[in-house]
Design a protein around this ligand. Structure first.
Ligand code: GAP
Length: 455
């Protein structure tokens, strides 16, 4: 399968089977905005729940947060987003279409890390790729923050921004968390939240959207311990994608930001990249942000965002190690990684070999024959008993072979069938998605059986 083929197939499967829909599709859609459908929302939640339990609730030194999307606009001035959260663009004189110049033939650019401004280092083709009109060679700084307004009286409304990155609440609530919990260093704040960016270049499905989620760890450390914890978090996050999400190690790599690319305050910055269908691209950033965020928010708010070490009596501003990833990109990578086609004698079996913990449905229950009420009755009872504990699907359409194929395509790891023998021995057939092997399991042991498999 070519990579473009894989991309097309994953995108088509997402739409057909209810994982992802273009948002507002009946109005023609909105570029870069998607809705997660009934199966997509399960997969997305499973990814987020896994992240939350691994990174927040099972770690003593981590504190969870669910910060508001709307924050005080000064916070975005302090963070540098109002002045410097820019993307460069050039415009076609004729059709007015806008492009990121670094995506155009022959162009290259450089961001001034102090001012956030983009500078052209090489002007390439001036022909619009769409209408062949003339491109204006001046780079315009386009701020990707999305604006809104707060208040009810026209003229008195306050300009506000939708979060450009989800993590900012963690810096603003840092003092609250210290005063509620008196945490010892190192401690971290974990958050899963929405972010909004008016991205210029789109078109890679869930990879770059204008509304998306981020899962962020902001880990506060003593400055002299920053290097040690930076290495630790690089290891934790790398292993998480392999062991918990099921991405293959050969499809992941580390990429260090070059001195040009690295934001001026970052002491070090590495991205975990995944081999997407179009090539290597970012999955998550693990950055040593120094004390910049707390210093800036302290300066703009007038509050002292330091930490009192109760042992030494010294006050200082902790450094922050940030691990910032995206549930949407993880979702997309998991689909690309696990989509496979197996050619049989008469058909092609499409399988999403997702880790069972991530699969939208854990089991599907069928009666062997839909027109035999005695088989349907036992199967319905099993389905209804399992459903409150495990995500279970019911299917009595078509023949058993088609039902297996249909469940394989959405990643359901196990299918349960009731047959005539079930009526005698109170056992069912459990079929495994990956091996296609079948096993007889007593009905009264099913819950335990699946709980063990999902452990
Ligand atoms: N607080 C740091 C930060 O926001 P980032 O590299 O801009 O850093 C972190 O974003 C993660 O958020 C990315 O690694 C990616 O997983 C996700 N992300 C960023 N922009 C995105 C977009 N337009 N669409 C989908 N996910 C995005």
């Amino acid at each position: 399968m070519t990579d473009q083929n894989l991309m097309d197939k994953v995108v088509a499967l997402c739409k057909r089977r209810g994982f992802v829909y273009p948002s507002s599709e009946i109005y023609g859609g909105l570029a870069g905005i998607y809705d997660y459908g009934p199966l997509g929302v399960e997969l997305l939640r499973n990814i987020k729940n896994l992240w939350w339990s691994d990174m927040v609730s099972s770690r003593e030194e981590m504190y969870g947060l669910d910060g508001a999307i709307l924050m005080h606009p000064r916070a975005w001035e302090a963070s540098g987003h109002v002045a410097g959260f820019t993307d460069p663009l050039v415009e076609c004189k004729k059709c007015k279409k806008r492009y990121r110049p670094d995506k155009l033939e022959g162009w290259s650019l450089k961001k001034n890390n102090q001012t956030g401004e983009w500078e052209i280092t090489k002007v390439g083709s001036l022909k619009c790729p769409d209408c062949e009109g003339e491109l204006i060679p001046k780079v315009r700084q386009f701020n990707v923050l999305m604006e809104t307004s707060l208040g009810v009286i026209e003229g008195e409304k306050m300009k506000a921004y939708l979060k450009g990155e989800s993590c900012q609440n963690a810096y603003l609530d840092y003092l609250n968390i210290i005063s509620s919990f008196s945490p010892k260093l190192p401690f971290g704040i974990g958050q899963i939240g929405k972010a909004f960016r008016n991205e210029i270049t789109l078109g890679r499905f869930l990879f770059k959207t204008r509304e998306f989620e981020q899962f962020d760890i902001e880990y506060f450390v003593r400055p002299e311990e920053a290097d040690e914890y930076y290495q630790l978090w690089k290891k934790i996050r790398w292993e998480w994608y392999i062991k918990r999400i099921g991405l293959k190690e050969e499809n992941l790599r580390w990429r260090q930001h070059s001195a040009d690319e690295r934001i001026f305050y970052a002491r070090d910055a590495w991205d975990i990249e995944y081999q997407y269908p179009w090539g290597w691209d970012e999955l998550e950033g693990v950055h040593d942000r120094s004390d910049y965020d707390l210093v800036q928010q302290g300066k703009f708010s007038g509050k002292t965002l330091d930490y009192l070490d109760s042992q030494t009596g010294k006050r200082f501003i902790p450094y922050i190690i940030e691990c910032s990833g995206g549930p949407g990109r993880t979702f997309f990578a998991a689909l690309c990684e696990t989509y496979r086609e197996e050619k049989g004698k008469n058909n092609v079996r499409v399988v999403l070999g997702l880790k069972p913990k991530l699969s939208p449905y854990k089991v599907a229950v069928f009666p062997l024959l839909a027109n035999k009420p005695e088989l349907v009755k036992v199967a319905r009872k099993i389905y209804e008993d399992l459903k409150p504990e495990l995500m279970a699907a019911w299917d009595d359409r078509g023949n058993i072979g088609k039902r297996y194929l249909s469940q394989d395509e959405i990643g359901t790891p196990w299918c349960i069938t009731t047959d005539f023998q079930t009526l005698e021995d109170k056992m069912v057939t459990v079929r495994d998605r990956d091996t296609t092997k079948q096993e007889r399991v007593p009905i009264d042991k099913l819950k335990e059986y699946f709980q063990n498999l999902l452990r």
